[in-house]
Write a protein that binds this ligand. Sequence first.
Ligand code: CA
Length: 506
Amino acid sequence: MHADDNVAIVANDGGLPPGTVLADGLVLREAVPQAHKVALRDIAAGGDVLRYGVPIGRAKEAIAAGRWVHERLLDMPAARTLDGLPMATGAGVVQPPLEGLSFQGYRNADGSVGTRNLLAITQTVQCVAGVVGIAAERIRRELLPQYPNVDGVVALEHGYGCGVAIDAPDAVIPIRTLRNIARNPNFGGEVLVVSLGCEKLQPQRLLPPGSIPLMNGGADEPDVVCLQDDAHVGFQSMVDGIVARARVHLARLDARRRETVPASELVVGVQCGGSDAFSGVTANPAVGYCTDLLVRAGATVMFSETTEVRDGIAQLTARAATPEVAQAMVREMAWYDAYLQRGSVDRSANTTPGNKAGGLSNIVEKAMGSIVKSGSAPIVGVVPPGERATQRGLLYAATPASDFICGTLQLAAGMNLHVFTTGRGTPYGLEACPVVKVATRSELARRWHDLMDVNAGRIADGEQTIEEAGWEMLRLLLAVASGERTWAERWKLHNQLVLFNPAPVT
Ligand code: CA
């Protein structure tokens, strides 16, 4: 990965047996599994193990060239402090604009653009989720056939709304997350809310006047069905009430048509999950190249996953477009450091057992592979958790690395297209937004042929360059944004929304 590296990973399916002679004459002293590291040179005890040109650990013992370098041989370097970072040094690469790229999207009244035309049902509290789920099933079965331009119904179920410390300072995060998800561009400005009635998160607290301008055909206020309303006599009446309100929104959504819009209307969230040592070699560099293309086309790209980029903070603050952006990044990381410390988090708990089986020794190595999804452009803004992005270009959306929480927060930030890379394999999907899944290895892409949308393993196989993979990804993203369905959409595969609630539960 870098000229200074003293380890490299085995790309071959199934790994390599002892005695294998590599192209430069190095002989493997033991079996090395696929994606795992082999020492290219003798490394002294206490010496730096270098991958991506950075020390990912110190050797616990002398490691001879040709040995398997696994996590048990490495001491993890300490986390870098947030002091004395290089701030906005001009490290971001500004490339010429890319003109003429477009897709077919749904233009919304607020100027945003949807890649899907979905009816969302916002819920103030988990208590209503069962009733809303049944109503949504009825809407799908009975109403959707009458509104063929509507792609689906999304019941925005979550665990929040009551039994929580709603006035705690950090409660602002889950509340604004729910508010901003209701505004997601894929929901066409139609906001239907189902409330229980007695919950802490009252509809007017979730969506105060003016919080979502131009919603509901200009009505500028949410359409609320309250289950405890005296008008509802029994369960059937509640379901009927929701279905009746859904008709009004479906009629407006159904009248919409896709139109040609510039690629600058894309708001792409990039994420990884179930990573392996290939992630930073194939899928993430291809995504990074595509990120640069999207930024050149004027689009918004958000990268996230605070705990998985924390060890690369110096690269990120250097790439910030301004000192203010670098400061905002440091602020978010410091907040997260404190949050983790409050919970006595062990830094070695990320990586997962699967990451380790996939050759990732520790969080430093994982972070170096994760961060390349962000490409090389200057970082022009920071989106705090649950906030909506308000500018174009490359943004750091501060979120946990949890796949579901990151996806949920990127939806709140206004994401209309999601790119997700995986090496171990996960069937991840979101109901509110198409998810393009990228495999890091050809073996995974073959085995999960009807789940993976892109095989970046071809880069390691020598069949494709990172540049070719990045361009191909861009073309696929424009097609998916225009309505082409992903594998997850074809199977109706999706995960739940999971809110980030750092505040206490009562
Ligand atoms: Ca993740």
